[in-house]
Design a protein around this ligand. Structure first.
Ligand SMILES: [Zn+2]
Length: 246
């Protein structure tokens, strides 16, 4: 084969591979319903966190499956069972999703605080909270940094929608170490979403109601879709950059 033909063939094969890989790329989200089984999470006024988490997660799953066929949804649990944090993280690290989202409800002790503290929060893994940073290679540190930026994006979109659709006050980002054990192990962009405080009377009633759970699920779903669109936009832009550079 002539040299020019060989190059043409190689280019053709390369392009074929590239288009196959981009066409095959579905947006994958893992939805993790917090707690489960013997681990109930917060319980206030007989409303169990593990139950709210699971019901909202299942509603998010169904909404995504019905309305967004190009989104692949994987659940860490679909029943009232206990799953170790390390197993939830291992699933994420095996699947390498575009987003890992863990759904929880918040709570605070003390009668005076319970009357005052409410709102939706997101928890993300901050690079400075990582342990043994030294053990990572440069490439892994970069990956962690990129995941952190994307986690913030996803968290912002979800908090925006929880406010707009479900009327949950935008509490912002929490840096609670208690919740970070899971995120520390997850390499994908990841957010723990605390829908609201079960210890706050209005939020307790809202999260216990069918309407409240549906609104929260709709909000989380919309937030995920906004994040997906954001990712598509940056992938598109980087494709264009490559074309310009050639
Ligand atoms: Zn929780």
């Amino acid at each position: 084969m002539k040299q020019a033909n060989k190059i043409k063939l190689l280019l053709f094969l390369l392009l074929a591979c590239l288009s196959v890989s981009s066409a095959a790329k579905d947006f994958v989200v893992i939805i993790d319903a917090g707690h489960g089984g013997f681990q109930g999470g917060a319980i206030y006024n007989k409303v169990k966190e593990k139950t709210v988490n699971l019901e909202v997660s299942k509603l998010v799953r169904d909404k995504l499956k019905n309305e967004h066929k190009d989104v692949k949804v994987i659940m860490t649990r679909e029943k009232d069972v206990f799953i170790e944090l390390k197993d939830r993280a291992a699933l994420s690290n095996r699947i390498k999703p575009d987003l890992f989202i863990s759904i929880h409800c918040n709570a605070i002790a003390g009668k005076a605080k319970q009357k005052k503290i409410y709102g939706a929060y997101a928890v993300v893994m901050n690079a400075s909270q990582m342990q043994n940073l030294d053990k990572y290679t440069d490439k892994q540190r970069l990956q962690r940094l990129e995941s952190f930026e994307l986690s913030l994006k996803a968290g912002n979109y979800i908090l925006d929608e929880l406010e707009a659709i479900a009327g949950r006050k935008r509490g912002g980002f929490h840096q609670s170490l208690r919740d970070l054990a899971l995120l520390r192990e997850v390499w994908a962009p990841s957010v723990i979403v605390e829908l609201d405080y079960l210890s706050y009377p209005e939020a307790n009633k809202f999260l216990a109601s069918k309407d409240g759970k549906e609104k929260c699920a709709k909000a989380v779903c919309e937030g995920i879709i906004k994040y997906k669109e954001y990712l598509e936009k940056i992938y598109d832009d980087s494709d264009n950059d490559e074309e310009v550079n050639q």
